[in-house]
Design a binder for this molecule. Structure first.
Ligand code: NAD
Length: 405
């Protein structure tokens, strides 16, 4: 399988076949402005010293300061971070926020660290990166396995090093510590707004049967929001597997079940599923909300959905993309569908810089307008260039970035 950055470049290749861009711009856009790798020494609780690898890729800042999350995962490596930073540049342009694209990470399984070790590691990442960060330079945020508490440690460390008290250098902070109302559910909610904006145009029923892969921040919030709007979630999974009920799952009870048993399986009135089986369940909308490269040329022919809402980053390989396109399954692409998170992160940055605190209603109202506008512009581009929504989205982003560069 190709690495995520090779997949991202393949997406770019496909876009320039549909629309002509200045070749020099495209050549420049094939490389990040800067990628930084640091070694982070951490004193472990047992007194030993461990060195971790940390990354920050600053892809493109034509539209504003670099913006993008920090991921803690044992598989994190430079090509993954580069791809995620590239997608952030595209995503911020589609969302029409004054931000460029960046991404960071640490190769670590945070679950094996104590809280103290995790805090020292997180502060270590900031010490190593402080020179390149700042509210007008590079503004990180949470991603997989990084939490508001971690963002708070990082913001605190940055303030200690630089004296900058705006707290605008990190977003996704806890409420009361510079965080924005609504940041928690923002990605899932923004994804729902995209779906809702395009539902009728994509020929989807008023009440959809939805399958969600992932039971974390994004997947769980999305599941709850779909149900709150009258749709049913008939299957959902976490890393260990999933559960299926064709009449719809009760998500609150499922959360309780996972709390008490430690897993989703064995949930009453449901059938256990493997993650492979979950992606093949017949449904109206399939929502990958876990990790990249989940739908490949091997399983794409077995996908039985009317549409896909990509809330994870890069869950569908370019080969699978082609197969699904030929099957006539529209994909609301990640760079559009999960841009609600970075949009509310941008709201948080703006509030910090202005010393304001907006209500949740204000945040969600603004988010709705922006997601709706982005979804419709992407849809129009798809029609205008007789192509899929992913290429339509990339064209919108590349036009905005190119004109600024
Ligand atoms: P998270 O760590 O909160 O949740 C990830 C979930 O995926 C967990 O429930 C985990 O058990 C599950 N999982 C892992 N491997 C799986 C597998 N093979 N099959 C099924 N489930 C699996 O992370 P998150 O913040 O929800 O992020 C999920 C995805 O959304 C990532 O691709 C991330 O980059 C993307 N994303 C997140 C945000 C955000 O605001 N958090 C914004 C944009 C994009």
């Amino acid at each position: 399988m190709k690495n995520p950055f090779e997949n991202a470049m393949e997406q770019l290749d496909k876009v320039v076949k549909v629309k002509n861009f200045n070749p020099e711009f495209i050549e420049r856009f094939r490389r990040p402005n800067r990628d930084v790798k640091i070694s982070i020494p951490v004193k472990m609780d047992d007194g030993s010293l461990k060195i971790f690898e940390g990354y920050r890729v600053e892809y493109n800042n034509a539209l504003g300061p670099y913006k993008g999350g920090i991921r803690y995962h044992h598989d994190t490596e430079i090509n993954e971070v580069k791809a995620l930073a590239f997608w952030m540049a595209i995503k911020c342009a589609i969302a029409n926020i004054p931000m460029g694209g960046g991404k960071g990470g640490i190769a670590v399984d945070p679950k094996v660290l104590s809280k103290g070790e995790l805090e020292r590691l997180s502060r270590g990442w900031v010490k190593g990166m402080a020179d390149i960060l700042g509210p007008k330079k590079d503004v990180p945020a949470p991603d997989v396995n990084t939490t508001p508490e971690i963002m708070d440690w990082m913001a605190d460390e940055f303030e200690k090093i630089t004296g900058d008290k705006t707290r605008a250098t990190f977003t996704g902070k806890p409420l009361g510590k510079g965080g924005s109302e609504g940041r928690g559910p923002a990605t899932g909610l923004g994804g729902f707004y995209v779906f809702d904006s395009l539902r009728a145009q994509l020929g989807l029923p008023e009440k959809c049967k939805v399958v969600v892969q992932g039971f974390g921040n994004v997947g769980l919030n999305a599941a709850e929001i779909f149900i709150a709007h009258g749709h049913s979630v008939i299957a959902i999974s976490d890393s260990k597997g999933g559960v299926y009920n064709p009449n719809g799952l009760d998500i609150n009870k499922l959360i309780e079940h996972k709390k008490t048993t430690g897993s989703l399986s064995g949930f009453p009135e449901s059938t256990n599923l493997t993650n492979e089986e979950l992606l093949e369940v017949e449904c109206d909308v399939l929502v990958p909300a876990a990790f990249e490269n989940q739908i490949t040329d091997a399983n794409a022919p077995k996908v039985h959905t009317k549409a896909i809402l990509e809330l994870a980053n890069g869950p569908i390989t370019p080969e699978a993309d082609e197969i699904l396109f030929k099957k006539g399954i529209p994909i609301m692409p990640d760079v559009l569908a999960n841009s609600g998170g970075v949009t509310v992160s941008c709201f948080e940055w703006e509030q910090n810089l202005k010393g304001e605190h907006w209500s949740e209603k204000e945040v969600f109202d603004k988010l709705l307008i922006m997601m709706n506008d982005a979804a419709q512009k992407v849809f129009e581009n798809g029609k205008k260039y007789s192509t899929d929504l992913r290429r339509g989205a990339f064209i919108l982003a590349l036009e905005r970035i190119e004109s600024k560069m």
